[in-house]
Design a protein around this ligand. Structure first.
Ligand code: DAH
Length: 343
């Protein structure tokens, strides 16, 4: 190739000027710039380097210095440009940083029933209660008879039982337990007083499924048996529980009620503020309770002259609905991830 140093100097000056005014404000423009000036195969600067061997010997060194400076200039401008939009990448680069991230792992969360149950057991554990458990498949004696439900008495209709076999001659009457109260019986049969325990678990009823009732739900049973246990102890414990679970300001009331296994019996209601309600809210029943009926103590072989006790049983779903502002019980059992992920 015909060339000389003067020609190289002129061309280099032109390119220097071009490089100085290049506007490399997008990645595409920078890439174009790189190919034009520095590209290995067609870049103008590498091409100029290739002319050096054709120059007169005494000019080759100057030409080398000149072209090195030119290449350095192009590289500096390019690096500077790349640095710039790395910094302001939010508005100039192709990546949309406002898009949600791709998750490679999904974290699970605790079911609200599990959370409420954990909170309730925690409160009672702090009050010195032990945790007991019993089977979900029960028999007629533990679920009803020992709890003072008379045979063929309408009291058994209080709970719509899902029987596995009808009780009768030689048949125990296997059933899905309708409440956690049979755990009282099993625990008292297995040991001697004093008892101070709660028994959380699932219970089953053949009920119409609506926003407020389901065929499966959870209860926590409570039982305290000792010498000298009174109704005042019961009220004290339940008041302490309600304050710990719903807050110090909770409004609650005891209302007389009936259960075959307690005498006297009472229910506890919690005031639920509802701004849209004509009365500003309403009472919600959260548990049943009472003094353990002497017939129950007799059935499990505990001396009812010497010992007294109280018992209570609460549903978990209702307090959980109050606590988390859930208005339909069915959603607990639908396993909808959009619901579950909120806890
Ligand atoms: N077992 C009752 C129910 O399921 C609730 C209950 C009421 C439990 C009073 C108790 C109690 O221990 O004393 O409706």
């Amino acid at each position: 190739m015909e060339t000389n140093l003067e020609y190289l100097k002129t061309v280099a000056a032109t390119f220097t000027e071009e490089i100085a005014v290049a506007k490399l404000d997008t990645p595409a423009k920078s890439e174009e710039f790189r190919i034009r000036f520095l590209g290995q195969r067609r870049g103008v600067i590498p091409k100029l380097f290739k002319t050096i061997p054709h120059l007169p010997k005494q000019d080759r060194r100057s030409a080398g210095l000149l072209l090195n400076a030119l290449r350095k200039e192009a590289q500096t401008v390019l690096e500077h440009a790349i640095e710039q939009y790395r910094v302001k990448s939010t508005d100039t680069c192709d990546i949309d940083l406002t898009l949600p991230g791709r998750r490679s792992q999904w974290a699970g969360s605790r079911h609200p029933i599990t959370l409420a149950l954990a909170k309730i057991t925690d409160i009672f554990e702090h009050m010195g209660f032990a945790i007991a458990e019993g089977p979900e498949i029960e028999d007629d004696w533990h679920n009803f008879t020992a709890l003072n439900f008379p045979a063929d008495h309408p009291a058994r209709d209080m709970q719509d039982t899902l029987f596995i076999e009808e009780p009768g001659e030689g048949r125990a009457g296997a059933m899905m337990r309708t409440h956690t109260s049979p755990v009282q019986i099993r625990t008292m049969m297995a040991g001697d007083p004093p008892f101070r325990l709660i028994a959380p678990g699932r219970v089953f009823r053949n009920e119409a499924i609506t926003y407020k009732s389901y065929c499966l739900f959870h209860q926590v049973e409570g039982l305290v048996v000792d010498e000298g246990v009174t109704m005042a102890d019961l009220k004290h414990t339940l008041t302490g529980f309600a304050r710990a679970f719903f807050g110090e300001e909770v409004k609650m009331r005891f209302r007389p009620s009936f259960f075959p296994f307690t005498e006297p019996s009472g229910e506890v209601d919690i005031w639920w503020d509802l701004p849209d309600h004509p009365d500003g809210g309403r009472w919600m029943e959260i548990l049943g309770s009472g003094m353990v009926h002497p017939n129950v103590l007799d059935a499990v072989g505990i001396d009812s002259e010497r010992y007294t006790g109280y018992a209570f049983g609460m549903g978990i779903e209702r307090p959980a609905m109050l606590r988390y502002g859930i208005d339909d019980i069915r959603i607990f059992y639908e396993n909808d991830v959009r619901f579950l992920a909120q806890f």
